[in-house]
Design a protein around this ligand. Sequence first.
Ligand code: SAM
Ligand code: SF4
Length: 344
Amino acid sequence: MFMQTPAVTEASAARPLIDGFGRHVTYLRISVTDRCDFRCTYCMAEEMTFLPKSEVLSFEEVDAIASAFVARGVTKLRLTGGEPLVRRDIMQLVERLGRHLGSGALSELTLTTNGSQLARFAGQLAAHGVRRVNVSLDSLDEKRFAAITRRGRLGQVIEGIDAAAAAGLAVKINMVPMKGINDDEIETMMAWAHARAFGLTLIEAMPMGDVDIDRFDSHLPLSVVRDNLKQRYTLEPLPMRTGGPARYARVKETGGTLGFITPLTHNFCESCNRVRLTATGQLYLCLGQEDRVDLRTAWREGGAEELDRALDRAMIAKPKGHDFLVDRSHRAPAVGRHMSVTGG
Ligand code: SAM
Ligand code: SF4
């Protein structure tokens, strides 16, 4: 059955997505695949069972669902995964979604990537309207990078980052600092990123999904990192918000921007503006909770109208917030699914 993609009209944009706590949802993250060419130790186990391809939404379905959100006032889309750039023909989806930039309905289309395929795709991303990319990079040491990602080659990622910058994309580096693993590289990473005019954002590892490392052993509260950095650098708090949970500071000595995403040490749920679509069409309403709405069934069985009603149900279901905790007695994941299912 052919179904019309939801139309983005002024009338529908006048029905914003507001949840039960008065938060305005304007940002959709879309995991286009749960697969990845890396197996970062804090994100995945070495042995992973991925979804059968038949379960994964087609690009037409992703487009229909994303367009339903845009029709309800969502202005930012981020593609993620797994690794979004390993999904076959992914540029077709980027191009399709890019039309909402052209119409002015969307202010930003972006992606989070491990960078392994960026050298190949940076030019096309820029051509389809992408202006910024977040690239995950946890070490600048080749051996350590290989150990953390279990599959990755640092040189290939650096090449990808260079290609992104050369294509005119603004680059933000995401780093997950872990105690005893890469925490001695935070300053090196900052100097490297800022010298290239890239922002650096530090992310606290969240207890999501079973992995092979002990989350408690490697847990590093960013409050501690921040206090240490403050002894050597001047961190000037920035009012800048990108619609995300990061708090930013300008580092006076480097002139660059440093972000902190602190789901454990500082809960930011009161200003949450986002929801997350999995590759199978499940809409998760909070990264740290199980509440979800099945948008694939809504679309397949009821088309645009049912999809639109499902978004209203989702707003009622969005929980107040997460309660991640990692300590001696909380080593198990807060939620069973891996970060690669809902994307970051
Ligand atoms: N593969 C892409 C990448 O690595 O950028 C996109 C997906 S990845 C799940 C998105 C982001 O989530 C990455 O920056 C990664 O470092 C981060 N991440 C993965 N598992 C995490 C966890 N358990 N806690 C915090 N961040 C995590
Ligand atoms: Fe893959 Fe990204 Fe997870 Fe690393 S963090 S395993 S690159 S999805």
